[in-house]
Design a protein around this ligand. Structure first.
Ligand SMILES: [Zn+2]
Length: 352
């Protein structure tokens, strides 16, 4: 059942999942609506590149989830964050021959969108999403396009984000008479959604290409080069990274002060030692050497996340834009978010 749609889910996931400039580590997620009720969405803890037509995703009743968001009564004294996660869990539908997994924490906003949804954390879109000038740049770059783009100011992921996206979609429909197919999430990433399979992938590529062209970006995103020394030690062979850190007068607070987006906080912050050792990620600012005291899979997730982060910071500086960071309060929400720590623990499981 749903063979065609599940093959399509595999295709859209592979189209972006194998490129660390589009998603880093376990970031991003994809979905395809299978019929009027069911949606296959990436499972939590999986990488997009691990999705195929039989694994890495879970089916949920998206009609019920959409309905939940349309009718939720905010006047009630409820822990909506918890309730909405429980609601999605209750709406998992087992498909024959498919292992039952936990849906992505972002399944909520997939439910309210078009048939195909590609959500990524592209370094190019994130140059806009993480700078004060980003929204204006988006409006300029996409002004004459036949599709609508909207901008979602930063808000806690999960329940609040889904509700905010829903409000902004409704507003776009009312004002422009069109469903927005491109959605920029401030301090987070990009969503592309439409009802056509091929177009979902080409539109995702086009959005990033237009940003690259507008900013005149010449330097390609550096290839990830990670050397496994043994079971608990890996060394970065990435000259872009070591050049960025060599001679930079920073301490570990650098990463807290420049909190760009949730995945950085989840995978990097708290695990970094500058000119010391014993943490999962050790940066030597004298030599530029970067070592990971952990298994290869987790080191790879961290290296990709670090690479994405450094690239976005460097490009924002290079383009003379101004970095827009998350507030300490927003960062605290992520650090204490149950679903995120679940995601973290799953990544750990994958490494062993
Ligand atoms: Zn995301």
């Amino acid at each position: 059942m749903f063979d065609k749609e599940l093959k399509e889910l595999e295709a859209i996931s592979q189209a972006v999942g194998n490129f660390p400039d589009m998603v880093q580590g376990g970031g991003g997620n994809t979905s395809v609506k299978l019929d009027g009720e069911l949606m296959a969405v990436k499972a939590s803890g999986f990488k997009l590149s691990q999705i195929n037509s039989v694994n890495g995703f879970v089916a949920v009743n998206y009609r019920n989830i959409k309905n939940y968001y349309e009718n939720v009564d905010l006047a009630l004294d409820t822990d909506f964050e918890k309730e909405s996660v429980e609601f999605v869990k209750k709406n998992i539908v087992e498909l024959e021959g498919i292992k039952s997994l936990r849906p992505s924490v972002e399944a909520g906003f997939h439910s309210i969108m078009k048939k195909y949804v590609i959500h990524t954390h592209p370094v190019y879109a994130n140059i806009l999403c993480c700078s004060h000038e980003g929204r204006e740049l988006m409006e300029r770059i996409f002004a004459k396009k036949p599709y609508e783009c909207i901008w979602i100011p930063y808000i806690n992921p999960g329940f609040c984000l889904t509700l905010k996206i829903k409000d902004e979609i409704d507003r776009c429909m009312k004002e422009k008479g069109k469903f927005p197919e491109v959605i920029f999430l401030e301090n987070h990433g990009l969503v592309v959604t439409c009802d056509e399979f091929e177009k979902s992938m080409s539109l995702h590529g086009e959005v990033n290409d237009l940003i690259i062209a507008h900013l005149g970006i010449k330097d390609k995103f550096p290839a990830i080069e990670l050397e496994k020394k043994n079971e608990t030690l890996c060394i970065s062979r990435n000259s872009y990274l070591s050049e960025f850190f060599r001679g930079r007068n920073i301490g570990p607070e650098f990463f807290d002060e420049i909190a760009l987006y949730p995945d950085q906080l989840v995978y990097l912050n708290g695990n970094i030692s500058i000119n010391g050792s014993g943490k999962k990620l050790n940066i030597n600012t004298k030599t530029g050497e970067i070592t990971y005291e952990t298994g290869f899979a987790e080191a790879l997730t961290m290296e990709e996340t670090l690479m994405g982060y450094v690239y976005v910071v460097a490009q924002i500086e290079k383009n003379k834009l101004h970095i827009k960071t998350m507030t300490p309060k927003e960062a605290d929400f992520i650090k204490n978010w149950e679903s995120e720590s679940y995601r973290k623990s799953l990544v750990k499981e994958l490494t062993r």
